[in-house]
Design a protein around this ligand. Structure first.
Ligand code: C2E
Ligand code: MG
Ligand code: MG
Ligand code: MG
Length: 274
């Protein structure tokens, strides 16, 4: 069934499942209602050029506040995928993100895309529609995908990616270095960015961990793919990654995911001492 197929798989459910209210639990009903309100919002986390600390981009991250408190995307994104709500959620995040970036010309905008979205036949058309309506430069949009969907190599995913790349939209392979992204994928798909998972950064305190990260960065270099390192939390990690020649850094050290007002109060460079 759909549940067992798990993360990263192309599954043939969508709009009709969206209508299947009976199957939805209370949390799913709550999520559905939140889609039309501010309870479902988008936070923006800065991405900096490692060499200068200049903010060159942001990643859009969905946020959900319920009366019981915030719910993690690790909970509500799978829920949205399972219930078909991911299409509406994805569209809301995209529209919000494009408007954010349209007002801030210096930054690229990265938006996460679920396997279920990427596999929908009208995925590329939906993205293009929003971009054209907002008159947004497609070269400033980066879609972040995880490997599973590509590894299964569904024809539809490739078709969507090819169509969108032809329009100038770029793709990043997310979570590289975890079970969800492996080397073979780099041979079969072209990516414009490689996002190194924060587990690789957390391992930097051991010699083995440093060897792994160094080799991963070398791999990206050899393929000519710029790297974004996620989960940079300390000055020491930032300094190490900078001297290693990583192109871009992202993490709590530079800034947490934040509201657009908070983003606007950031200095243009986030390189701190250290
Ligand atoms: P991701 O795309 O890999 O996003 C990076 C995650 O790392 C985010 O978690 C971010 O808040 C967190 N993070 C950033 N810097 C640091 C750091 O220095 N330390 C630590 N410990 N964590 C850091 P978040 O926001 O909880 O999102 C989790 C995942 O949910 C995302 O992982 C992404 O796969 C998914 N997600 C979030 N928003 C969306 C969305 O709009 N659409 C889809 N399809 N997926 C989304
Ligand atoms: Mg991401
Ligand atoms: Mg990631
Ligand atoms: Mg992820």
């Amino acid at each position: 069934g759909a549940k067992e197929a798990g993360r990263g798989r192309c599954i043939a459910y969508g709009a009709d499942m969206d209508r299947d209210r009976e199957a939805l639990g209370e949390l799913e009903e709550q999520l559905r209602r939140s889609l039309d309100t501010d309870a479902l919002s988008v936070a923006f986390q800065p991405v900096v050029a490692a060499a200068t600390g200049a903010i060159v981009g942001v990643e859009a991250l969905a946020r959900w506040k319920t009366p019981q408190g915030p719910v993690s995307p690790d909970v509500f994104i799978p829920l949205a995928e399972k219930s078909g709500l991911i299409f509406r959620l994805g569209r809301k995040v995209l529209e919000r993100s494009i408007r954010f970036a349209a007002d801030r010309p210096g930054v690229d905008i990265a938006v996460n895309v679920s396997p279920t979205q990427l596999c929908a036949p009208d995925f590329a058309d939906g993205i293009v529609e929003v971009i054209e309506r907002e008159k947004f430069d497609p070269r400033r949009l980066i879609l972040e995908v995880t490997e599973g969907v590509l590894f299964d190599s569904p024809v539809q995913a490739r078709r969507s990616i090819d169509a969108l790349r032809a329009k100038g939209i770029r793709f990043a392979l997310d979570d590289f270095g975890t079970g969800y992204a492996s080397i073979g994928t780099l041979n079969h798909f072209s990516f414009d960015r490689l996002k190194l998972d924060r587990s690789l950064v957390q391992a930097l305190d051991s010699e083995r961990g440093r060897a792994l990260l160094n080799a991963t960065v070398s791999l990206a270099d050899a393929l000519g793919i710029p790297v974004i390192v996620e989960g940079v939390e300390t000055a020491e990690q930032a300094a190490y990654l900078r001297q290693l020649g990583c192109g871009y850094l992202q993490g709590y050290y530079f800034g947490r995911p934040m509201s657009d007002a908070d983003f606007d109060s950031l200095p243009t460079r986030l390189a701190r001492a250290g």
